[in-house]
Design a protein around this ligand. Structure first.
Ligand code: SF4
Length: 476
């Protein structure tokens, strides 16, 4: 027993509660709504009247707790219902992250490896095409291709990659190459961003992921990922793609060092782009996975949070719906980051899409996410039905392919793969251990090749020369 005297908790009297209208028991839902903070209520009313809320108003919503938080979620759900109805979608696709070797060192990235590290891998074009073919055979309509930036990359690699996939699979949609990769391809090819995008388009790219955005705030980027593509460059790649008729997605990474005001400005910037070009298909909030992120693990950046809280996640999606609803109709929950239970919950907070089957999720797995590498189509359908909505498979750019209005007995080929997913499709954890696809620096390759050529011609010389007696060895 401690020596302190416990005080009995005194209940407020009814008269005392009546002094503060917010504390007074509400006799009806309408009355309950009347107890909301008037400033928050005004913002939500404007959103319900189909007005665009400002970045400052969105910032206010990020601070919502209690009834104001619940009202924000309710309004997001209502706006979703009005704009896209009760259908919730998913896409059957495969991720091909063809190399983890990267010249950059973004503080949040646990996926990339230096070219000297043992775990660096690089898939050759034939293997990438084989993976795309395998995905197609399992019912995928899209391959999503993103990777690290390998040193001394041949500038036209991404373009040749698209050409090779399209030659084998003319009807597959290539959703590939983040603005950071497009910029790198253009720099390595010594051409403009527009010229590079034209090359990708001619080779068959269908859309670009709007990743490498994190938070579009230059000061914050300089802290968490110095040397990363700048806000202006990111905007240039995205708007140029739209001008050429290449649609893109859009994303945000949250739960690290950013402020609500930065998140709101980020969405305002995306909304401004969309108002000009109309080229953005969806918005995807991505929770920061801190477990293996260098800036958290090694304390490289001060004051980094260990990812968002559950309420942060719900608010991020709900406020995205409220802020972007008039311009970007689709808000996606990422099961890779949030898991299936939270993703289902987000369907009640403005979300109408659950992303792709992925088959080979690598980037979040490397960062310590625990949600697996594949989501089967039937699992998506179950989550959507459980939330009282109608599941549908979509194409990358949101045309509906199949709507499952009634309980479906259908099984997609991907539903029939057993538990041994890694055996069939491989996995990130296996790939980094395999010697078959070990990354070799082009400089070393060139040295080895020229040594081999030297050795070959010397061998010939030897054979032609009756006087040669020096044994030849390839140079190291
Ligand atoms: S986020 Fe992309 S560019 Fe940055 S280190 Fe990782 S792979 Fe490289």
């Amino acid at each position: 027993m401690s020596g302190t005297t416990e005080q009995p908790i005194r209940q407020q009297t009814q008269d005392e509660r009546a002094e503060n209208p917010q504390d007074r028991p509400a006799a009806s839902l309408k009355e309950l709504a009347g107890t909301l903070n008037p400033e928050v209520a005004l913002v939500l009313d404007r959103a319900l009247a189909a007005e665009d809320i400002s970045a400052a108003e969105a910032t206010l919503l990020f601070g919502a707790t209690g009834p104001e938080y619940n009202a924000t979620v309710l309004v997001a759900d209502e706006l979703r219902r009005r704009t896209v109805g009760d259908i919730a979608t998913y896409v059957v696709n495969r991720n091909i992250n063809f190399t983890n070797v990267c010249i950059k060192r973004c503080g949040f990235c646990a996926f990339s490896r230096d070219f000297r590290e043992e775990e660096g891998y690089f898939l050759p074009i034939e293997e990438i095409v084989r993976r795309a073919q395998e995905a197609w055979d399992y019912g995928a309509t899209e391959v999503c291709i993103q990777a690290g930036l390998p040193p001394q990359m041949e500038g036209d690699l991404y373009i040749r990659l698209c050409g090779a996939i399209k030659e084998a699979l003319p009807d597959i949609h290539i959703h590939g190459f983040s603005p950071e990769e497009v910029l790198y391809g253009s720099v390595r090819s010594r051409c403009t961003i527009r010229e590079y995008l034209e090359g990708l388009q001619a080779a068959g790219v269908g859309s670009l992921p709007g990743t490498s955005a994190e938070v579009l705030d230059q000061e914050l980027r300089d802290r968490i990922s110095p040397g990363r593509i700048t806000v202006d460059q990111w905007t240039e790649v995205i708007t140029t793609a739209h001008q050429l008729g290449i649609p893109t997605t859009s994303t945000v990474m949250f739960g690290h060092r950013e402020t609500p005001a930065q998140l709101a400005s980020h969405m305002a910037l995306l909304r401004g782009i969309q108002q000009q070009t109309g080229g953005i298909t969806e918005f995807v909030p991505l929770s920061f996975v801190h477990t293996e992120a260098p800036m958290f693990l090694k304390n490289l950046v001060q004051n980094v949070r260990p990812g968002p809280t559950g309420m942060d996640v719900v608010k991020m999606h709900a406020i995205a719906r409220i802020m972007l609803n008039n311009w970007i109709p689709n808000v996606q929950a990422s099961w890779v980051k949030e898991g299936s239970r939270m993703s289902q919950l987000l369907l009640t907070a403005g979300v109408n899409d659950l992303g792709g089957t992925l088959i080979n999720e690598s980037i979040s797995t490397a960062a310590g996410a625990q949600h697996g590498q594949l989501m089967r189509p039937s699992e998506f359908r179950g989550m959507i039905r459980g939330a009282g909505r109608v599941p549908a498979e979509r194409a990358t750019t949101y045309q509906l392919r199949r709507v499952f209005s009634h309980t479906d007995e259908e099984h997609d080929p991907l539903d029939l793969v057993g538990e041994n997913v890694e055996e069939i499709f491989g996995s990130y954890n296996r790939l980094v251990k395999l010697d078959t696809y070990r990354f070799e620096h082009p400089r070393h390759k060139q040295n080895a090749e020229s040594a081999e050529n030297n050795a070959e011609s010397a061998e010939k010389d030897n054979q032609n020369s009756a006087f040669s007696a020096i044994p030849l060895r390839p140079l190291r």
